[in-house]
Structure formats: C-alpha cells, structure tokens
Write a protein that binds this ligand. Sequence first.
Ligand code: SF4
Ligand code: SF4
Length: 250
Amino acid sequence: MKEKDMEGGDIEFITPQGFEEGDKPRKMNLNIKTSCTRCGTCCANNSPVLLKDDLPLIISGALSYDSLYTIREGELMKSHDNETFEASMDFIKIKGKNGTAECIFYYGEAGCKIYENRPAQCRIFNCWSSHEELTGLEAKRLLRKELFDSAEVLLNIMDAHEKKCSYKKLTDVLERVAQGSEDAAAEIIDMLAYDTYARPFFQEKFNIPPNAMELILGRPMMDTIKEYGFKVEKNRDEYILLPIEKQEGK
Ligand code: SF4
Ligand code: SF4
C-alpha cells in the first residue's frame, strides 16, 4: 500500500485483485470521505428523528405539522434495511415519501429542500465516522407531549387515545388472538374503530388542524396493523380482522 495524501483523502492502493499485464500490480484509488458531500444517501435511506433542538424549526413553521408524524411507544416499525423493531419510546419523525423511508424533503440531485433548516440529526450525522455522534441521542429526542405542553386539551386527547389503544395493549390482545380468542379479535376491531373515528371527532370538536393528527396521535392504526400481520376489511357495517398471510394465500 502506498499512501499519497491522508488529509486530501486520496489513497493509492495496490489491490489484491490481481495483476495488470506482466507482473505489475493493479492499482486502485479510494476516496476517503471526510465531510458531507450532500450525496443524499442517508436522506434516501431514512428520514430523521427530531431532537429537542429542533423545536424552534416547528415553532417558526420551517417544519410544518403535515411533514411530521409520531411513532408511538411499542409501535412496530421497519429500519432502512427492512428489520422490524419495536419503538422503545415515543418519537417524532419527518414523513417518508409515498410510504417509503425516503425523507419527503429529499429531491434527488436538487438535494434537501430545507437544507438551511434541516433537523439537528441531519447536521450531526457523519456517514464516514463510527457514528459515535449518534450515541445518547435518545435522551435528546423531542416528544409530542413537549411540543404541545401548553395545550392541555391535546395532552388529554393523547392520554385518552393511549389508554384506549396503546401499542402495548394491541400487542397483548394480539397474543390472545393468536391463541384463538374471538373476544380478543373483537377487542382489536373496537380499538381500531376508536382510533379511526376519534381522529375526525377530536379534530372537529377541538378545532385541530387535520394535518396535525398524525403528529398528535401517531399513524392510523388501520395502516399500522399490517406490521402485525393483520388487515381489516369491511363487510357491510361490520369490520373483520384478517391475517394477511391467509388472505393472500401465502
Ligand atoms: S452524511 Fe454522508 S450519506 Fe448523508 S448526505 Fe452527507 S455524504 Fe451523503
Ligand atoms: S431533512 Fe434534508 S438533510 Fe435531512 S434527511 Fe431530509 S432531505 Fe436529508
């Protein structure tokens, strides 16, 4: 190996892949990243989680309510490499494009639409490092209850919603469904119906902007239930809980 310039990032390697004509070793140039080149890979892979430092971006309107949603504690979600995991706490994220993990503010070659006002996580993430900068960020996450801490009515709505349909409760009831309990299936339908109808009800009753509901109450459970292997179909006036695998003949 022959090092040309560590600071500049160009390193000349003699590769193990073989030899050029004769016995002359083949050479390879590697570009070592030392700063953000705004390539957009991280933006395409996953949208950022908001930290407490991002509160002014929401207050100023740089980040609008409809660009954000809450992941609730216990909710199942997918990582950018398609691993399913349970959220250990509530947190707020920028929405993804068309149901993907790609940040809605990422515009391909044009880059980040809100670059000057991008969230703290985007500023501190260094793809070229060992990611030590991400250690301890959980404690700095912005919570929906902090965002709306002066709006008592919203805090009460969150508590009522959580009491009726927390993901912890959903997971417990799904375990009973797996054991064949019909009562448990009905309980889930009840939970999903509450989540569905409470949103427009609260919105109208308390004059909440409709685009803030996914931030206040998280994603609709009729959508997230598929992460648990179920879907809900309507038969006349009745909702039925169906395992996705059975429905699709898998
Ligand atoms: S942090 Fe890395 S992956 Fe993200 S935009 Fe910058 S260079 Fe690309
Ligand atoms: S806010 Fe901007 S920098 Fe951050 S992930 Fe989205 S597009 Fe990338």
